[in-house]
Ligand binder design. Structure first.
Ligand code: ATP
Length: 283
């Protein structure tokens, strides 16, 4: 007689890999205005997803949904297999670049240490030593050790942004949410900060969701693009989404996309704020 195998419980057979982010039939509307609807998206560990779209298309709102700060109007959202909720220690968040000039009392190592709040490593001597070690490791990884003790207000925008990246990474998150982290950085710092985010995320298998108006600084790092326009969206590789046919469909008008020296030039979106339409910025 053949023995029946024990039924597999969740504990015995965890899924081989869960998506870091999973949205199903997700929709978000404010009053009568639908930002997006029917959004099905899985972002895998280690994947780099760029989120593009004109002003007001709902990019930041999507990050707020993932952070548990905004309820979906329909559908579901999970982070590493658990429903999205506030204060989720599995998420690292890099907000838009803002100057920290008022923070004279705070130093880089303090800022990075704040990224461990909500992680339960214990407050005893051993817990404190582990926290300190982890902060030092992360400062080293973002090459910020040299100014870790300098008051934040005295640091340049690029230095401050590296510390924000460290703060988001220190808790070894499963998901890294980046809201236009390159704004107001010069081109060389844009490259350094985006390479750093991508490298660290790949090494720790974190999924990156990177909101940006300008795809070119991150184009070599991007696995897929989510492009939102006026309630419509497309998801795919940069080649699948960033082409004249797809963007013309999304915008409902003729859009031309050309590759010039490895960079994308997009013309015709008729959106002044949509940085990637400006060839002058394609230096
Ligand atoms: N809590 C809210 N209540 C009502 N409307 C809101 C709320 N939050 C955002 N909105 C509106 O939803 C739209 C999308 O906002 P969101 O900030 O997500 O867009 P975005 O794509 O990130 O824009 P940008 O590129 O300008 O940062 C905007 O028109 C905004 O005014």
């Amino acid at each position: 007689m053949t023995a029946h195998p024990e039924p597999l419980t969740h504990q015995q057979a965890p899924p081989l890999h869960d998506s870091a982010v999973r949205l199903r039939e997700a929709g978000l509307a404010y009053d009568s205005r639908t930002l997006w609807n029917g959004l099905d998206l899985d972002v895998e560990p280690g994947e780099f997803l760029a989120i593009l779209g004109p002003n007001g298309s709902g990019k930041t709102s999507l990050l707020r949904v993932l952070l548990g700060l905004q309820q979906l109007s329909s559908g579901t959202v999970e982070i590493a297999g658990t429903a999205a909720h506030r204060g989720n220690s599995r998420i690292g968040y890099i907000p838009q670049q803002r100057a920290l000039e008022d923070s004279l009392a705070l130093r880089g190592s303090d800022l990075v240490g704040l990224g461990l709040d909500g992680h339960h490593w214990g407050m005893g001597l051993r817990g404190r030593a582990r926290r300190k070690r982890r902060v030092a490791e992360t400062l080293h990884a973002v090459e910020a050790s040299a100014y870790a003790k300098t008051p934040l207000g005295l640091l340049s925008g690029g230095e401050q942004q590296r510390l924000r990246v460290a703060q988001a990474l220190v808790g070894e998150p499963d998901v890294l949410l980046c809201d236009e982290p390159l704004l107001s950085l010069d081109l060389s710092h844009q490259r350094r900060v985006s390479d750093l985010i991508a490298r660290q995320a790949r090494e720790s298998r974190a999924a990156v969701l990177f909101v940006t108006h300008e795809i070119n600084p991150v184009l070599p790092l991007v696995d897929r693009v989510l492009y939102l326009v006026d309630g419509r969206f497309r998801i795919g590789t940069p080649d699948e989404v960033m082409n004249s046919e797809t963007l013309s469909e999304l915008y409902g008008t003729d859009v031309e996309v050309a590759r010039v020296g490895g960079r994308l030039v997009v013309a015709g979106t008729d959106n002044e704020q949509d940085h990637h339409v400006h060839e002058t910025e394609q230096k």
